[in-house]
Design a protein around this ligand. Structure first.
Ligand code: QV4
Ligand code: CA
Length: 508
């Protein structure tokens, strides 16, 4: 330990790959566009008790207020300053959320938009969530302050047009967003001050937005300026968990491996390929997932942040394309999320969305901009129905029994090896996690009936997909595991959810 302290003392940056979650909590949920007050409540009433490790929150810094289209979700990716006031709440509400979530063992991860400020086309003025003045025309952001010296106009005065030119990707404007000169110590310090304010409040780490558009060395320089995490909730010397948004589906100049020195990276191949397999497109079959992970060309497991969909590609932005599964494709989506949470590869993030009126014209959803449920721009609170689902237009995928219970499955299986793989050569598969958990999936157009080695101790197990273990009984399917670890599984291809999952804590 002394050696580690010595190293950190001499300022060697410690890239942080482990998420700083409490022991036994192995996934996080993106509560996209939720208000801080609602997140705090959800930590206490649901995420803490159900074993979620943390929450990725929407950008908490001041952003432009865009009225045409009306208050799009993406206005929050156009910073005006690093003041903590947005549609989700103000600084006091943010602090209250971080404290209340940490106090029940649920971490907060901030979506840090540090590559750029707002779009160059915005008019000057104070149309911003905190009323700060900005003038994109002369690069003036009074509340930071930034001026024309702090942007990349002298390196590139246009938009990224060629993703095969690394210099363009880093130094030009991503869809017109004013690109910060991150080699400047002044700019690095302003960003580090913003992130250190959040660290001192108690956050556990950061999603680095548009990391592909920042030089890895500039990111490293900023991370080197960060404080250790707040010892009120984290052991001394803890470093912020870093996951960098780098879209690398291959074929471009930028490789996600360039960013491994800073922390984890978002592995977009994960959702794109898994969606193709579950949809059975291009002749893909579930049985091909036997070597899922690095075997499929994904980044090393301990460098990967994995997800089935994210806030961009669930609405056609960013990467992943048509194969991406979302809550709109509920039955396949639960299968994909269930597979992700059962499989040991990567650190998992569950998406939690809001509904919007999709309107496809020529294959594109022209309503992809629609922001969160709101009353004249004010984000609506999350209401909880008697059946534990959410109201007011919030989808709450993380509260769907099948997904909530697979979050617990992943916790129970933590540290256990991928084991006892079985498949029928087509779309029926099964695998275990050591002697702690086992899942069987039927994605064929015919029923599954198989006697399988589960690796589990003998006993009666509740299937956590069709029901729960309540008051010492199963509300759904029961599975009998015999002394040799084998069990009989039957899954109709017309079942509501054609997969079964059992684990040590669902045993009667
Ligand atoms: C428009 C024109 C530009 C023009 C500009 C002038 O298109 O040509 O120069 O006006 O101001 C919105 C609009 C976009 C507009 C821009 C303002 O959609 O039309 O440009 O604002 O400059 C989100 C949305 C974007 C949105 C952006 C800012 O997806 O549509 O742009 O927020 O509001 C790549 C990146 C990857 C990125 C992904 C979407 O490698 O990093 O594209 N993903 C992250 C976030 C994403 C966010 C951003 C990056 C930007 O996940 O949500 O973009 O912060 O793959
Ligand atoms: Ca840049």
């Amino acid at each position: 330990m002394k050696f580690l302290l010595l190293l950190s003392a001499i300022g060697l940056c410690w890239a942080q790959y482990s998420p700083n979650t409490q022991q036994g909590r192995t996934s996080i949920v993106h509560l996209f566009e939720w208000r801080w007050a609602d997140i705090a409540a959800e930590c206490e009433r649901y995420l803490g008790p159900k074993g979620f490790g943390g929450v990725q929150v929407s950008p908490p810094n001041e952003n432009v207020v865009i009225n045409n289209p009306y208050r799009p979700w993406w206005e929050r990716y156009q910073p005006v300053s690093y003041k903590l006031c947005t549609r989700s709440g103000n600084e006091g509400e943010f602090k209250d959320m971080v404290t209340r979530c940490n106090n029940v063992g649920v971490r907060i991860y901030v979506d840090a938009v540090i590559n750029h400020m707002c779009g160059s086309g915005n008019p000057a003025g104070t149309s911003s969530t905190c009323g700060s003045y900005y003038n994109p025309g002369n690069r003036e952001f009074k509340a930071v302050p930034y001026s024309s010296y702090d942007f990349n106009d002298n390196k590139c005065n246009g938009e990224i047009s060629n993703y095969n030119d690394a210099n363009q990707v880093r130094n030009c404007r991503l869809s017109g967003l004013l690109d910060l000169a991150l080699e400047k110590d002044y700019v690095r310090t302003k960003i580090a001050d913003y992130m250190n304010n959040l660290i001192n409040i108690g956050v556990a780490g950061f999603r680095l937005d548009a990391a592909k558009h920042m030089w890895p060395g500039d990111i490293k320089a900023i991370l080197n300026k960060l404080n250790n995490l707040n010892t009120k909730w984290f052991s001394s010397g803890s470093r912020a968990f870093i996951f960098q948004e780098v879209i690398d589906l291959g074929g471009e100049a930028i490789k996600s491996s360039e960013y491994f020195g800073n922390g984890r990276v978002t592995e977009f191949k994960y959702g794109a390929k898994l969606g193709t397999v579950v949809r059975k497109w291009n002749g893909e079959k579930l049985s091909y997932l036997k070597n899922w992970g690095e075997g499929w060309g994904l980044v090393p497991s301990d460098r990967a942040l994995v997800f089935v969909d994210n806030h961009d590609n669930q609405r056609g932005h960013g990467a992943g394309g048509a194969s991406i599964l979302t809550f709109w494709d509920a039955r396949m989506y639960k299968m994909a999320v269930g597979f992700m949470l059962a499989h040991p590869y990567g650190f998992a993030r569950v998406m939690s969305s809001y509904r919007w009126d999709r309107n496809f014209q020529n294959g594109k959803d022209v309503n992809d901009w629609i922001g969160p449920p709101n009353n004249n721009g004010a984000t609506k609170p999350v209401t909880i129905n008697a059946d534990t689902t959410c109201g007011n237009g919030w989808v709450c995928e993380h509260r769907w029994r099948q997904i909530r219970n697979m979050v617990a499955f992943r916790n129970v299986a933590d540290g256990q090896p991928f084991s006892n793989w079985w498949d029928n050569g087509s779309n029926q598969v099964a695998f275990g996690r050591g002697n702690r958990a086992f899942i069987v999936i039927n994605n064929d157009d015919r029923s599954l009936s198989a006697n399988l080695q589960t690796g589990l101790p003998a006993g009666t197990y509740c299937d956590v997909i069709s029901g729960d273990k309540v008051n010492g009984n199963c509300s759904g399917i029961k599975i009998q595991v015999s002394g040799d670890g084998r069990a009989q599984f039957s899954i109709s291809n017309s079942a509501e959810d054609p997969f079964i999952a059992i684990h040590a804590e669902s045993k009667l």
